[in-house]
Design a protein around this ligand. Structure first.
Ligand SMILES: O=C(O)CCC(=O)C(=O)O
Length: 550
């Protein structure tokens, strides 16, 4: 961005040289006339209206600023809105003006902006603008901002000031003193637009309006608009905070006696861990289920149509509402109230009935492509993990429960998508619903997380193996796939996942046994919704093609 400062800091609102400066040049020795007295009083009361607490200076300077709106508009392309707040081109927003708070919920932080989508107001009886009906989806501003979000258009934000008291101008979204009236802030992406109930208006009415969240594009440099002395507060720890953590964290397990095998399979490093039914069984190789982790190679992640692309598709699908991630009610033991989960979820394919109420939004026939691509990868890795486990059993002459841990893979018919944001988690639970098949496969996209398994007290793990009875704990990185095979894993163990960065998606496929669904309607729906269309059966993922392996 160019860093022109239009030097108008000493001019007035109208852009004319300040009258005060003229007065200083020609001081009058005469007594003040009554009208002059009046002006003087006004000027004193004007001063008194400016906030008593002086605002801090900003840490930096706006790249471009002016006291004249037209001058600023002439110097930037993305916001040439001489009137109105939003500039758009071909119905795609490119720039936006923020003069101050539109509701008490508005935020202008060092990285994130939350504000409302303007427009659709009418003049009330007192001449002030109020909303008289719900904001409409076909409103000009809403359409332009929604389009900008869908194409990933950077939005140039300009901040202005609005009158506070008589004669004072501030931007009440910020605690800084702005020398000029109009100031270029920075470029942002729109990450979310949603509707919500507006605050109660003066006449007591309330309607739905649209709110918007924007994220600063350049997270590396200090935002110029943080107050001086607070620069460090606004810095992001890039090691831990970025959605795609580059740092490879060590995979680790708590109990080193757990049997483990390693393989290289079609673009993935594959680690299988075999869980014992009781701590005593650790030593004799008996196990009730396997946990297999597929760690993709760099090429598997970065190639065209690879895991990075899938992550981008997932972000886009959530932005566009094709995958509607939302917090759902959960039944919490000990709480008489209905609670909402910390993570966000959306289910496709057959219905999955568990502790959280998530209605299926789409059958596989109408699921977005990314859901089907993930299903295809998870089907291949699920089948591979089951085959590796069967091979381990056969090689070592072990006897296992073929109902809990069959040697044949059963195709998935359901996909649950979870979204985790900063510090969200899914705490210890099992996937022990009676309707579930033997294999559960999860693809992690985005920020890393830690997955933990602990033995259940009632299964004899009371006083064994490290603090909290955690038997196994490992880091899931972007693109990793985890397969749990064996229904008994859920009888003996619980698992939990703690997200570490700012954005992680977990796409989990299961087989819901229709014959175990008692309600005939639900059973029929599960069969129809869980059917994989022929088109996708033909595109089945078979591991990374040999010609692109590292
Ligand atoms: O977030 C994950 O990786 C797994 C989520 C999970 O535990 C579940 O869906 O049961």
């Amino acid at each position: 961005m160019d860093s022109t400062i239009i030097p108008l800091a000493k001019s007035t609102e109208s852009g004319k040289p300040g009258r005060r400066a003229q007065k200083r040049k020609a001081p009058s020795s005469k007594k003040a006339s009554p009208s002059q007295k009046k002006r003087k009083t006004q000027s004193i009361s004007r001063k008194a209206a400016i906030p008593a607490v002086p605002l801090a200076a900003p840490a930096g300077e706006p790249p471009i600023s002016s006291n004249i709106r037209a001058a600023l508009c002439d110097s930037i392309q993305y916001w040439r809105a001489h009137q109105g707040g939003i500039q758009s081109k071909e119905k795609i927003a490119t720039g936006m003006l923020l003069n101050g708070k539109t509701t008490p919920r508005d935020v202008l932080g060092a990285q994130v902006i939350v504000t409302t989508v303007g427009g659709g107001l009418k003049s009330g009886s007192d001449g002030k603008h109020i909303r008289t009906e719900d904001q409409k989806e076909d409103g000009k501003n809403y359409v332009a901002l929604k389009n900008a979000m869908s194409v990933g258009q950077p939005i140039g934000i300009v901040i202005g000031k609005q009158a506070r008291g008589k004669g004072g101008y501030v931007n009440n979204l910020l605690d800084i003193d702005l020398s000029n009236h109009y100031n270029v802030l920075d470029f942002f992406f729109i990450t979310d637009i949603w509707s919500e109930l507006q605050p109660v208006q003066k006449d007591g009415s309330r309607f739905m309006h649209y709110a918007i969240r924007l994220q600063r594009i350049d997270l590396h440099s200090t935002a110029w608009w943080v107050p001086q002395g607070h620069e460090r507060d606004a810095l992001i720890n890039h090691e831990a905070g970025l959605a795609l953590a580059k740092k490879k964290t060590k995979f680790y397990e708590v109990d080193a006696r757990i049997l483990r095998t390693e393989h290289q399979v079609a673009g993935y490093q594959v680690t299988s861990l075999y869980l014992p039914s009781t701590p005593e069984n650790l030593n004799n190789g008996e196990f009730i289920g396997s946990v297999t982790i597929f760690h993709p190679s760099e090429t598997t992640r970065t190639r065209k149509e690879g895991l990075n692309d899938l992550f981008n598709e997932m972000q886009r699908a959530t932005r566009m509402g094709d995958v509607k991630l939302q917090r759902h009610p959960a039944f919490c033991r000990g709480s008489h109230k209905e609670e909402l989960t910390s993570h966000f979820s959306c289910n496709m394919g057959a219905d999955y009935k568990f502790g959280v109420v998530v209605e299926t939004s789409n059958g596989f026939e109408t699921a977005p492509d990314l859901v089907m691509k993930a299903l295809s990868r998870l089907t291949w890795s699920g089948a591979t993990a089951v085959a590796l486990t069967a091979d381990h059993v056969a090689r070592n002459g072990l006897s296992t429960d073929s109902i809990s841990m069959p040697a044949e893979f059963i195709d998935f018919n359901e996909q649950l998508m979870l979204g985790y944001f900063e510090d969200s988690q899914i705490s210890f639970h099992d996937d022990g619903e009676k309707e579930l098949g033997p294999t559960v496969a999860t693809l992690s996209l985005g920020s890393p997380s830690v997955m933990r398994f602990r033995g259940k007290k009632k299964s004899g793990f009371e006083d064994t193996i490290a603090a909290g009875n955690v038997m196994l704990s490992f880091v899931l990185e972007h693109g990793d796939i985890v397969i749990m095979h064996g229904t008994k894993i859920h009888k003996y163990y619980e698992h939990a996942v703690y997200a570490e960065g700012i954005r992680r998606f977990a796409l989990t496929c299961r087989y819901i046994r229709p014959e175990m669904i008692s309600d005939p309607e639900r059973r029929k729906k599960a069969i129809v919704n869980g059917k994989v269309p022929i088109y996708w059966q033909k595109q089945a993922y078979k591991g990374e093609p040999a010609n692109i392996l590292d």
